[in-house]
Design a protein. Structure first.
Length: 94
């Protein structure tokens, strides 16, 4: 389950924000996803809490650039959060 979720995180793709919207900073979101993936592939209890996903804050993309669609990113992180809860329960870490 962990490896499957790590692969989903690694392969995550998001739409660009609508025209006129800045959306989330792509580099910040990508860096956050990289950190999640590293935690998932590391052995032992992930040093990642479900609340880390729901409380993640990203800057807006720079003016003149369209970042990631905020709804897409939030929906994806929520799905990852739910799977992380299952992983923690299955591992006996909750």
């Amino acid at each position: 389950m962990r490896n499957r979720l790590a692969a989903r995180v690694h392969n995550a793709k998001f739409r660009k924000a609508r025209l006129g919207r800045r959306g989330y900073s792509m580099s910040q979101v990508d860096n956050f996803l990289d950190a999640i993936e590293r935690e998932l592939v590391s052995p032992g209890r992930p040093d990642l809490r479900p609340a880390d996903l729901s409380s993640a804050v990203f800057d807006k993309e720079r003016f003149g650039r369209r970042g990631y669609d905020e709804g897409d990113v939030r929906n994806f992180l929520h799905a990852v959060e739910l799977e992380l809860v299952d992983i923690l329960i299955e591992g006996g870490w909750v």
